[in-house]
Design a protein. Sequence first.
Length: 181
Amino acid sequence: MKRYIALLRGVNVGGKNRVVMSELKLELSKRGLLDVSTYINSGNIMFTSESRSTTEMASTVSQAVSECSGVTCDVVVISSKALQKIVARAPQWWGEDASWKHNLLFIIPPATVEHVVHAIGELKPRIEAVEAGKDVIYQSMSFDQFGKTTTGKLASNPVYKQITIRNYNTVVKLAKLVQTD
């Protein structure tokens, strides 16, 4: 049995795509996921499961979301161990400067890190940074210069639909919540 995190894209944001997490927890339990819990109301689900592929589990979670709420959303599933490695391998600058916003972009298959980095385009190094990781992209940008950054305009880029984003604090908290070692 392993611990996993399911990251739902675009649920409970600005009153749209409303998913009641308590109902989703029950639906996921009915589908064989164990120790189901959630963190904040923005689509972070932790659970334990037998050996199944992350693709299969993402499909299970997506179907459960649709069944209990009528919302269709993409889902990224990552193991606890993989998330621990992602946090441990983060660039030194990621999460360090309080005057910058720090995010982790999780790639939704079949998109690739290379494709998303290419689609982001040319950065402005003095006010933003990105670095590719394994199935993720570390992103940081100046709060003061946010409107001038390339990465701050991701929502208007078609590649935006191929990622789900979590801020630094959420990622670190999720990693602690699912730490099994």
